[in-house]
Each structure stands twice: as C-alpha cells, then as structure tokens.
Design a protein. Structure first.
Length: 269
C-alpha cells in the first residue's frame, strides 16, 4: 500500500457540517437499507441510531477509509469522555488514546496511521480545521450530531459492537451506480452536487440512474445547502425536488434563526 499517495490525496472532515438530527424528521430510517457517502462517517453513525438496517458506503477520497475506521473503532472501544477528548479536544492528537484503540484497528488502517506518526506528522494533519467548541458550527449538543448526546453515544456503541464493518466503495457518484447490485430505500448524497459540474436540470436527469436502484417509495437526499439562495432553492423546487427548511448548524449570539435546506428526490409511485 502506498500510504504516501493516500495521505497526499486530501484531508477530510472528522465531523459533519450538516444538521443530521433533522434527517430523522425528514426520512424514515427504521429497518431501511441505506446508501451513503462516507464523508466524516456521521451519516453512517446517525443512520444506525435512526434505525437503519444495512448501510453501504462510498467516497472517492480514499483517505476517508482510514478516518472512518478510526472513528468506528474509537466509538466501539472508548468511553464517551475519552471519545470527546480524542476527537474533539485533541483533534486526534492524544496519542495515549490512539494507543488504546490501535490494536482494534484493521492492520492496513493501523499501518497507515503508524506511517503518519513515524514520519513526524500529527494525526490532526489529516483533517480540515473546523471549530468544534464555538460558532459558527456548534457541536456542543446533539442538535447536529446525534451521538454527541451521552445516552445516544452508548446506544451507538452497543450497535457497533454487534455490527460487521461496512462495505465501502471507493468510487465517485458518476460511476458508482455501475457497481451496485443491491436496492435501497434511502440514499444520502450530502452536497456532492456542488462537485459534479452540473446544473440542477442535468443533475435530476443524472439521478435517474439512482432512482432505478430505489425500492418503491424510496428517496434520495440529493443536496444540502447551508445558506438561503432564492435562485438555487427555486431552481431545485421548480425541477421537482422536495425542499425541507431545517434548523441551521450556524448559530451566533446575534443570529439564531439561520436556516439550512435539504433537497430530496422521491421515486415515483
């Protein structure tokens, strides 16, 4: 494995920048099969807490494989306080906590992180800098990330201890549908739309490839928008997407009523 090549591919977010708590209101995850981008991994962990049955993952950035595995086995192993200290307070640089879970990691994952450390780099160099303790993104409650609630964390921990490690497709959304043999109830595509170089009309036409993989009454979370933009909101709605206005992740002392927008595309009955 060329760890140097993987490391130089790109950094990743170690927590979501979407208000995932609202997804439990928009979508019914109970006993559903889900296809989700990996990203920070939080879509996966949230879907489990919301009752999803099976979850397949994909991401074009292979670095996420390692951060996802680190989070998966950290939640499965560490106490709530230890996890917060490792992922939030030290941003992965508390080596004593890394040492506590490294024997639980798959060998390829452990070798990757050991490579980083042996080359004098910090594990935090793998992640995008995000403020976790102050505005604009406030992670200090479960209003964004459901397992930041202590009780939810231990519920998730028990779920993960009974779960096999999920399948991850290292493919782009442009090609992924060609390699999927399963059908799904929910697909979570985050904000991938912004990276596809498509207008909204073309994006809807492209998503027909994925609508074919949905079961009846299935739904695609097609785009997440963080700020109000009348043109883009209207463009999505005018092209047949459902729009849910939700509580924003952005909260400041002077502005507490920001809204985010989740656009969905449902399979026709």
């Amino acid at each position: 494995m060329n760890y140097k090549k993987v490391y130089e591919f790109g950094r990743v977010y170690h927590f979501t920048n979407e208000n995932l708590m609202e997804y439990s209101r928009i979508y019914d995850f109970k006993d559903k099969d889900v296809l989700s981008v990996v990203g920070s991994g939080d879509q996966y962990f949230s879907s489990l807490l919301f009752g999803a049955r099976n979850i397949q993952l994909f991401d074009i950035n292979s670095t996420v494989n390692y951060l996802f595995a680190l989070k998966f086995f950290s939640i499965r192993t560490l106490s709530y306080e230890e996890f917060k200290r490792f992922f939030v307070e030290s941003k992965l640089d508390d080596i004593s906590l890394y040492n506590k879970i490294k024997n639980e990691l798959p060998m390829s994952v452990r070798s990757f992180f050991d490579y980083i450390l042996l080359n004098g780099r910090k594990l935090s160099s793998l992640i995008f800098p995000v403020s976790l303790n102050s505005s604009p993104i406030n992670y200090n409650s479960n209003r964004v990330v459901p397992y930041f609630d202590r009780e939810n964390y231990y519920i998730l921990q028990e779920i993960l201890r009974k779960k096999h490690y999920p399948k991850i497709h290292n493919l782009s959304l442009n090609d992924l549908y060609l390699f999927l043999n399963d059908s799904f109830d929910i697909m979570l595509f985050s904000n991938i739309f912004l990276y596809l170089n498509m207008d909204v009309r073309s994006y809807k036409e492209f998503l027909k490839k994925y609508l074919k993989l949905l079961r009846s009454s299935g739904v695609i979370q097609a785009h997440y928008a963080w700020t109000e933009n009348e043109v883009s909101v209207n463009e999505f709605v005018n092209n047949g997407f459902n729009c849910d206005e939700i509580s924003s992740i952005m909260i400041t002392p002077l502005k507490k009523d920001f809204k985010d927008y989740v656009f969905s595309l449902k399979k026709a009955a």
